[in-house]
Each structure stands twice: as structure tokens, then as C-alpha cells.
Design a protein around this ligand. Structure first.
Ligand code: IMP
Length: 442
């Protein structure tokens, strides 16, 4: 193919769009991905593991998924869990069983990367033991950190390895032995390699029909002009490089992670949608400048049902942090934002927005290295509203102060807000619901 023809073909390709958390996770990505998935041919998870969780309503019943993308509810959508993730086979099989029991067929449209690393029993053990010691991060205890540690130490077990039982035992023996000093220091007992090898080879056989080279699958889909949506896990401020280190997760949560995590090139990505709540929350330990440790924080927690989908822990709540969002817009190359849970602010008057930080008397427009630990947030007040937003069908139906709040956030963070959600249902989403079209703006 000539160079021009190749360039022309690429120009005509349907875009791949990344959906990424702009705060500390739990921004409502699952809901937005579910909305967008109606326009996607494939939905891809590219990072993290069963530390994530989204609650879906299937046939009137609540279902919490940790690994399978929420696009699975659309019968036409291919769902991919790619190699940047870490997979717990028990969780995968449980989610498959849960979905099938509710009449959702997953066969031939659910794909797990053979290169994704496997979360092993001792990963969960070490994660939990560490959390009982000083210096705990407040992890989800799902074994995520230790599994990624094995990956970069080049001794991890990949999903494809479970399908090679002969080599699996020796690989596991080497892997488990490497954890011995850590387990001894923490007072934990490691599992026997033989037992793990037998159990995980059996799990591998059950997962075999779903295991493939997902990067190739995605290339094929993109070359067929299919709409591909890449779904990040956690959020920008929990990213291993850009977050509030060391109080972060162990993977690349930002949009850039979609390339290596899913196996596509940067030139395949055409848009990055950031998801942000109309206020801020975080679970686990670590800096949170706008946190409200008072009755107002409790009110946000109750009104927004701010309890973790994975661990049930109450989430810490606070005001919208524009400096944190500016960082997220910048490092993700965000092309638009979806703002969730605006309705939770109903009845709060005035509403505060952190416009910048005060760092030892100096204004700071974005968090810098470690600064989040010590900055003082500087707030601007905006009038609230008291009427319910649930019946609004379009942005124009929002009460004037709610519209002004959304526009002020847009202005402060420097990114257009194309979607606003005002309730849990699909019908409670105002604005642009197809991320594959031209840039939408309210
Ligand atoms: P880990 O990912 O379990 O190692 O936990 C590291 C940090 O990330 C902890 O503060 C967790 O609470 C947080 N975290 C991990 N996954 C999520 C998520 O899906 N939503 C919100 N916080 C998360």
C-alpha cells in the first residue's frame, strides 16, 4: 500500500476513545461507559484488576462487576480485558457465572489477554498482611500491588502460563520462593507451589475459551472501522506515576496506559473523555486537600451513597478540586469531560469550589511534587439550588445556579464538559452520549 493511501485509510478510521477517571476513582465511569457502550463495538479494560468495581442493574437486580467491562450488557459489544490488567481467575469465573445466570451470553464476545498477569493467593495474603502494619496504603487487599511487583520483577505468572501446566509448577515455585523473606517478616504462611499449580492449571482450563492475543484482536477491529472504547480503572490521582504517590494503585490509570495496556498505538486514539464527580471523593489513605471532615462531608457521603463498591468502605468526601482536575486534563490529554452526580449537590448552599492552592503563601494552580500533602485550598463560593434535577431532560432545564456551576468548572479546568449526570439511570444523563462523534460541548 502506498504511503498516501495508508494515511488516507487511517484518516477514515473510526476513532478509539479512552474513558478515564479524572479524580481518585469512583467517578462513575461504569455508568458513563455503559451509556457510551451503546455506540461502541468493543469495550476494553486496560489496567488495574479486581480493585475496581462498578455496580450495574441487570433485570432490576444489582450486579457488581470488578473485571468484566460493563459493556457486556450490550449484546453486540465485544468485551476485552487486556494485558495491562491483573486478573484473578476466581473473580473472572464468578463474574461469568453471575452474568450467565442472568441470561447474558458472554461466549465468543468476552476476551482475556494471555499476557495479563495472574493474581495469586499469596499476592492477596501479602497485600492484607501489609495493610495491618504501619505505613498501610489503605489498599483494597485484592493482591494488586504484589501482582504488579512480580510483573516488573519479571517473575510473574501470566494467564497464558496457566495453559502450560508443565512449566507452571517450576515458574510458581520460583515465584513463591521470592516472597519467602517478605512472608516471614510479616508472619504469613505461603501456599505450597504444587497446590497452587494444580488449582491454577484447572482454573486456566476453565478460562481457556476466553484467552487470546487481545492486542491482535483490537488491531483487527480497528482496521474494520469498529468503534473501540478503552476503559481506564481507578483515577488519575491514583496513577502510579501521576498520583499522590505512594498512596496510589500500582498501575497506569491515565489515558497513556491505554496504549501499552491494550496494545494499540497513540495514533489510534482520537479522544479522551475524563470522568469527574461534581465534588470529590477518595477511599484509602493519602492527601485530599478539599476533604470535608464534618457534617457537610457526611451529607455528601449519604446523598451520594459514597461507599466503595469493592470494599464497602465509606468514601472520604470533599469539594471539587480544580487544581487536581487541571493536572488530570493535562496528563490525560483530555478532549472532554463528563460530570457525574451533580444532583448530589442539590440543597447545599453555598457550594465551594477549590480554584487553586495556597502553598506557603504562593498560589499554586496545579498540584506539584508532593505539594498536596501540605497545601491549603482556596475556595470560591457559588450559589446552590434547591429544586430536584432528576426531571431535567436537557442542560437547558437545569436551574440557573446548576448551569452556572457546570460552566464555572469548565472554565476553571480548561476542558469542555459534554455530559452531565443528575441521577443513576441512563435517562439521567444530559448532553452528549456518543463519544465517537465530533467533540460535544454544552
Ligand atoms: P490497591 O489498588 O488495592 O493496591 O489500592 C491502592 C489505593 O487505590 C487505595 O487507596 C485504594 O483505596 C485505591 N483504589 C484502588 N482501586 C480503586 C477504585 O476502583 N476506586 C477507588 N479507589 C481505588
Amino acid at each position: 500500500m502506498g504511503e498516501t493511501e495508508y494515511a488516507r485509510q487511517r484518516e477514515n478510521l473510526m476513532p478509539a476513545v479512552v474513558v478515564v477517571g479524572a479524580q481518585w476513582g469512583d467517578e462513575g465511569k461504569g455508568k458513563v461507559v455503559d451509556l457510551y457502550a451503546r455506540h461502541a463495538d468493543a469495550v476494553v479494560r486496560y489496567a488495574g484488576g479486581a480493585n475496581a468495581g462498578h455496580t450495574l442493574v441487570v433485570g432490576g437486580e444489582q450486579v457488581i462487576l470488578h473485571l468484566v467491562p460493563s459493556g457486556i450488557l450490550n449484546e453486540e459489544t465485544e468485551c476485552v480485558v487486556a494485558q495491562g490488567t491483573v486478573l484473578d481467575p476466581d473473580v473472572l469465573l464468578e463474574e461469568i457465572a453471575t452474568l450467565e445466570a442472568r441470561g447474558i451470553s458472554v461466549a465468543s464476545r468476552l476476551h482475556f489477554s494471555e499476557r495479563a498477569h495472574v493474581v495469586l493467593p499469596h499476592h492477596k495474603l501479602i497485600d492484607s498482611l501489609r495493610e495491618n502494619k504501619a505505613g498501610a496504603i489503605g489498599t483494597t487487599k485484592r493482591g494488586i500491588g504484589p501482582c504488579y511487583e512480580d510483573k516488573v520483577a519479571r517473575r510473574g505468572i501470566r494467564l497464558g502460563d496457566l495453559l502450560q501446566p508443565k512449566e507452571l509448577r517450576s515458574r510458581l515455585a520460583r515465584n513463591i520462593e521470592a516472597w519467602r523473606p517478605v512472608a516471614d517478616a510479616l508472619g504469613g504462611t505461603l501456599p505450597a507451589p504444587d497446590e497452587v499449580a494444580t488449582a491454577y492449571a484447572a482454573l486456566g482450563q476453565r478460562l481457556r475459551p476466553f484467552v487470546c492475543d487481545t492486542a491482535r484482536l483490537l488491531s483487527t477491529l480497528l482496521s474494520q472501522n469498529k468503534n473501540v472504547m478503552l476503559e481506564g480503572a481507578q483515577g488519575t490521582l491514583l496513577d502510579i506515576d501521576h498520583g499522590t504517590y505512594p498512596f496510589v494503585t500500582s498501575s497506569t490509570a491515565v489515558a497513556g496506559g491505554a496504549c501499552s495496556g491494550a496494545g494499540i498505538g497513540p495514533t489510534d486514539i482520537d479522544g479522551v473523555v475524563g470522568i469527574a464527580k461534581a465534588y470529590a471523593t477518595r477511599v484509602g489513605h493519602g492527601p485530599f486537600p478539599t476533604e470535608l471532615e464534618n457534617a457537610l462531608g457526611e451529607r455528601l457521603r449519604q446523598a451520594g451513597s459514597e461507599f466503595g463498591a469493592t470494599t464497602g468502605r465509606p468514601r472520604r468526601c470533599g469539594w471539587f478540586d480544580a487544581p487536581a482536575l487541571r493536572l488530570a486534563v493535562r496528563v490525560n490529554g483530555m478532549t472532554r469531560l463528563a460530570l457525574t452526580k451533580l444532583d448530589v449537590l442539590t440543597g447545599i448552599d453555598p457550594i465551594q469550589i477549590c480554584t487553586h492552592y495556597d502553598a506557603d503563601g504562593q498560589p499554586l494552580s496545579e498540584p506539584s511534587f508532593d505539594s498536596m500533602r501540605s497545601v491549603t485550598p482556596v475556595y470560591e463560593s457559588m450559589p446552590g439550588w434547591s429544586q430536584s434535577l432528576r426531571d431535567c431532560a436537557t442542560i437547558d432545564d437545569l436551574p440557573e445556579p446548576a448551569r452556572a456551576y457546570v460552566h464555572r468548572l469548565e472554565e476553571l479546568v480548561g476542558c469542555p464538559i459534554s455530559l452531565v449526570s443528575v441521577g443513576p439511570g441512563r435517562e439521567h444523563s444530559l448532553g452528549e452520549v456518543n463519544p465517537f462523534t465530533e467533540l460535544g460541548q454544552l
